[in-house]
Design a protein around this ligand. Structure first.
Ligand code: SR1
Ligand code: MG
Length: 414
């Protein structure tokens, strides 16, 4: 029997209630009668409508693609992004468990995604801006990235399985185009979407664009992003894509998922922690930001290496660095692991720099620096972050480890 599609329409609170009431498992999860459900809009990102719905028995989170960018209705956009987010959750949840949310329902006609509602969590970016501290969060994100990327890569999978898993995500053209333009290209030339604190930052923006060493490194990273399909990435892992509570950290918003270089996910997270480091007004806040960068990287590297070592030891590794070659040669295994992770570390530093530059001079800015009321101070802190990013791109050989990056950033932000 063929399914007759429901034509797409953007659901309002009454439509959301009716939609959820028509799904027995979701209605049971909420409990009681639909009239008694509380529907609250919590849309926070740039792209979609998001609502939290609470009933007497429990809650759900409802997300729907819009036919345009939420914060810019003139920017029209296909609807398929929630389909990619649902696919990403299905692909990584078995490996990361409660480091992300449970997918409860996906509607392919209305492009509605329903996931579990989180209790008492806040968006990490907002929490950090308010001076909050979640000492376990960065390590948890390190574990998330290690597991989500290792287990979807040909290090863990036979090539038939990894290519079947990754191929559909290579068609995430709409959101990958956004990343290619907004993150990797537009900030480096004149584009009407770009904006920055002007006139204060005009000289540093001009300087960045005129720097041929920056241009060469950005070009390399564009090629790396587009040609190095190491694993399935989240694709937009900034501090607004993380929800935190005491002892619970969740990665959300996997709609940008694509096959790519693992250092892209790492770099976006590190870049956002670096911006928090430059924006935070207190020395204690900066110490915590530095701790988080270190914790993230240490846990990512340790967990990734352990997963790899165990896979080889138990002969359930994939076709890359295949177990028959390395099972009985731990020295070589260690050497190739170091090389592989050092390359991710270099990518991480470069992508972190690109993220800083696009968030301060491109289309989509971050709120972190809004905590600085004085415009002159805000401009000075942003300029310092941009100078660091420029140096990281122009002289990658001077800062080749996350430890060195942390020391340099702490020094520049003091
Ligand atoms: C038009 S979308 C702008 C930005 O918002 C998303 O969260 C991504 O970071 C994207 O680059
Ligand atoms: Mg998002």
């Amino acid at each position: 029997m063929t399914r007759s599609p429901t034509p797409y329409r953007t659901l309002d609170p009454a439509g959301i209630r009716a939609f959820l009431a028509a799904q027995p498992a979701l209605a049971t999860r909420l409990g009681g009668q639909p009239d008694a459900w509380r529907v609250r809009e919590v849309s926070d990102g740039n792209l979609n409508n998001v609502f939290l719905i609470d009933g007497p028995a429990g809650g759900v989170c409802f997300k729907q693609s819009l036919p345009h960018v939420r914060v810019d209705p003139d920017w029209k956009m296909p609807l398929d992004r929630t389909a990619f987010e649902a696919a990403y959750l299905r692909a990584v949840r078995p490996h990361v468990g409660n480091l992300t949310t449970e997918l409860l329902h996906f509607d392919p006609d209305l492009f509605v995604l329903v996931v579990e509602s989180l209790n008492g969590h806040v968006v990490l970016r907002h929490g950090l801006m308010q001076g909050g501290d979640w000492p376990e969060a960065a390590a948890a994100i390190g574990r998330f990235v290690a597991r989500a990327t290792f287990q979807t890569s040909p290090l863990a999978l036979k090539f038939e399985a990894s290519s079947a898993l990754l191929a559909p995500f290579a068609r995430n053209h709409t959101l990958t185009r956004i990343t290619v333009d907004l993150v990797l290209t537009d900030p480096y030339h004149a584009h009407p979407r770009n904006h920055w604190l002007s006139p204060e930052l005009d000289p540093i923006v001009a300087n960045l664009r005129a720097d041929p060493a920056v241009r060469r490194r950005v070009g390399q990273m564009q090629a790396r992003f587009l040609t190095c399909q190491q694993a399935l990435l989240h694709g937009d892992l900034h501090t607004g894509s993380v929800m935190v509570a005491d002892h619970d950290t969740r990665v959300i918003d996997g709609e940008f998922a694509l096959p790519g270089p693992i250092g892209f996910d790492c770099g976006l997270f590190v870049g956002n922690l670096l911006m928090h480091l430059f924006a935070t007004p207190t020395p204690e806040g900066r110490t915590r930001a530095l701790r988080d960068i270190t914790q993230f990287w240490t846990h990512f590297r340790q967990d990734f290496t352990t997963l790899w070592t165990n896979a080889v030891a138990h002969s359930h590794s994939g076709d890359a660095y295949a177990a028959p070659l390395f099972r009985d040669d731990p020295t070589s295994l260690q050497q190739v692991q170091t090389q592989f992770l050092d390359a991710i570390e270099a990518d991480t530093i470069a992508f972190a720099a690109l993220e800083i530059i696009r968030r301060l001079t491109g289309y989509a800015h971050v709120a972190d620096f809004d905590v600085i009321a004085d415009r002159t101070t805000r401009a000075a802190r942003q300029e310092a972050a941009l100078r660091l990013a420029q140096d990281l791109l122009a002289h990658p050989e001077h800062t080749s480890t996350i430890a060195a990056l942390g020391t340099l950033a702490a020094d520049r932000a003091a």
